[in-house]
Each structure stands twice: as C-alpha cells, then as structure tokens.
Design a protein around this ligand. Structure first.
Ligand SMILES: *Cc1c(COP(=O)(O)O)cnc(C)c1O
Length: 369
C-alpha cells in the first residue's frame, strides 16, 4: 500500500505546474529576482483576498510578524499577549521586535486564545497577538474587547481565507501577518510571508523596515533589515491563490468526512469548531485520551504521515525558559500537547485514503486498550 503523507505538495503542484513553468520562464528571462511586477500583482491580489487595502510581501512569516510589530512602534520591552499553544515563531517575533511575550492559556475546547485569560494579564500589555490555530479564527470580537484599544495583530499563518461571522482572517487586527511556508494552505516553493493592513502609514512602515529602511535607493530613512519576497515565489503564490477558495472548500469536505468516519469512536475527540467560524482546516487534530504516542507510532508503521502540532509548548522550550514558566503553568495547553494527533489532510486527499487513516486509527486505539 502506498504511504499517505500529512500534506501532499506534489498533488498541489500538479494542478499549477504549467502556469508555474511559464511564469518561471518569464521571470528568468527578465533577470530580476526580487520584488518586481509579479510581487506587486500578488500583493494586490492577496490584499483583496484578505479584505484589506494593503499587503506587503516578506521573506517569511516570522519576519512578517516581526515587521507588523515593529511598524506599530510600541514601547520597547512592552508585553505582547499571545497563546502558549502556538508554533514557537509567534513568540520569537515578539522577542525579536524588542518586546516581551506574555503567554496565556487557551480554551480547553478549541485550543484558541481564551479572552478570559487575556483579561487577567492585559494591564501588563501593549498589544495582543492571537493565533488562528489549525485554520480557524480565535474569538475575535471578545479578544478585541479584552484588548481595550490596544493594537491586535493576527497571526494568520494557518488561516488564509478563514472567516468569522463573515469577516476574513487578516481583516480583524490593526495589522496582521501570515506565512507562505510550503505546507501552509497557501504555500510557496520556499520561504515567504506577508503583512496585511488597512492602514496606509503602517503599510509604508512595513515596506521601509523590510527593505533596509529605504523607500528610495541609497536613502535609509529608518533602521531596518532585509525581508523581501522573491519574484519566483510570487509566481507560485499567484497561481495557488486563484485555487485557494476551492482548495479550502475541499479541505472542509475532507474534515467533514473525517468527522463522520470517526464519529462515536471511543478514546478520541474530533476537533471543535467555534460557532461563527468558517474553518479552513490547515490541520485536522484529534485528541487521543490515552497512549497518543503509541497511536502515532502505529500510524507511522502503517505508512500514514500523522503528526503532533505541537508536542512541547512554547513555555517549556529551552529557549523560552527565561520567561519563568514551569510545568503546570498552562494546563489546557499542556494537556493538548500530550493528547493531540494531526491526521493527513490536504485538498486532494481521497475518500479511500481517509478511510484507511480511520481504519488504522481505530485498530490502534483498540490495541491500546
Ligand atoms: C508557520 C507559522 C509561523 C511562521 O512562519 P514561517 O514562514 O515559517 O516563518 C508563525 N506562526 C504560526 C502559527 C505558524 O504556523
């Protein structure tokens, strides 16, 4: 039997191969490899997709988060509230921007930033950075209320095209960031990212900071660094963006199929969707009550590329020991880290593949007792 990958990037490439080849030929003939007309066109298309006026291409998603924070000119060392249950990049960006991560626990049900926990720490913060984990938006209306006027920056790395109460990811915060890492719902063929905002001044600041502080050749208006989008990546992203609404729809259909295949299975919980959310299923993560690692090993042995996102929370990572949180600091996050199991899901996954995943998972749970 052939293996079932966690994400099948070949299947996505097959759909856009001709367009990418033609675009690459055009860029190679031009000899210009950074920014240029393809990046500008992608920025316009992605801004429109995100329901905002401005999008700025960056070298990757972590830089995009850092650039969004830097553009806001927040007081140095100020606290930025973010969920403990996220990829480490969210916290890295805060530190790199000269700010201080203020971690909070997530809601036990959907594992998103909990507005009540935000209320506990917000007095000590200058901004909020919710993460739309796995492809659904954190509860934005409540979080904006809890922010009390402080800027909210969405980490939309996993949520391109997701909506809440009809409003799309990236359009809720004053300024937001996303990642086009190859495995994301909208993935480049290398590293890339973007900042999106409705605010023209912030957009200009992001462009300057991400291009050596320069808007005009040889004039460096402010301190910056280098984080620009490659032209070849823009070619790939333009081709994929056109297909993204359909691909997200296919992900939703696949998630529904898993929900049905796994309904009533003892020992696991299927993922919860927050009311009002249109999920884009970057990851389909179930929770395994007991023996998650044995179940994961059984899936791997059967050639199924299941994963864990994320096995060690930010506050227990050696690099973030300095924040001073030990084990037990964020119980919902820590329970999730021990129980979650991500199943293969991508737009082109077949019913046959999903059935085999469900059957293997069922057998592994039984063997687990
Ligand atoms: C992928 C990801 C990032 C970082 O993106 P890169 O492009 O890899 O730098 C940030 N936050 C979250 C939640 C992510 O999943």
């Amino acid at each position: 039997m052939t293996d079932i990958p966690l994400v099948d990037l070949h299947a996505a490439h097959a759909e856009i191969a001709a367009e990418v080849r033609e675009g690459f030929d055009r860029v190679l003939a031009s000899g210009a490899y950074i920014k240029g007309p393809d990046v500008t066109a992608f920025e316009q298309e992605y801004a429109e997709f995100s329901g905002v006026r401005h999008a700025i291409g960056t070298a990757n998603g972590t830089d995009a988060l850092e650039l969004a924070l830097r553009a806001l000119d927040l007081p140095g060392g100020g606290g930025v509230v973010l969920p403990a249950n996220t990829f480490v990049a969210t916290a890295e960006a805060v530190v790199r921007a000269g700010l201080r991560p203020v971690l909070v626990d997530v809601d036990e049900d959907h594992l998103l930033m909990d507005p009540e926990r935000v209320a506990d720490v917000v007095d000590d913060a200058v901004a909020l950075m919710p993460v739309h984990l796995n492809g659904q938006l954190a509860p934005m209306a409540e979080l904006l209320r809890a922010a009390g006027g402080r800027p909210v920056i969405e980490d939309g790395a996993q949520s391109q095209g997701a909506r809440q109460d009809g409003r799309v990811s990236g359009s809720w915060g004053r300024i937001s960031a996303t990642s086009f890492y190859p495995g994301k719902n909208l993935g480049a063929y290398g590293d890339a990212g973007a900042v999106v905002t409705d605010d023209a001044e912030l957009a200009t600041a992001v462009r300057l900071i991400g291009d050596h502080g320069s808007g005009r050749k040889y004039v460096h208006e402010r301190f910056g660094f280098n984080s620009r989008m490659d032209t070849l990546q823009a070619v790939v992203l333009r081709a994929k963006l056109r297909r993204l609404p359909g691909w997200n729809e296919a992900r939703r259909a696949a998630a529904e199929r898993y929900d049905k295949l796994l309904a009533g299975l003892e020992g696991i919980t299927t993922p919860r969707v927050l009311p009002g959310n249109e999920h884009v299923w970057h990851l389909y993560a179930v929770r395994v009550e007991r023996g998650r690692d044995a179940v994961l090993a059984a899936l791997h042995a059967a050639g199924i590329g299941a994963g864990v996102h994320y096995p060690v929370p930010v506050h227990l990572q050696p690099a973030f020991r300095g924040l001073g949180h030990g084990e037990g600091a964020f119980p919902a996050t820590e329970r999730a880290a021990a129980e979650i199991l991500t199943l293969p899901l991508f737009p082109q996954i077949t019913e046959g593949q999903q059935t085999r995943v469900a059957e293997t998972l069922t057998a592994a749970l039984k063997a687990n007792g």
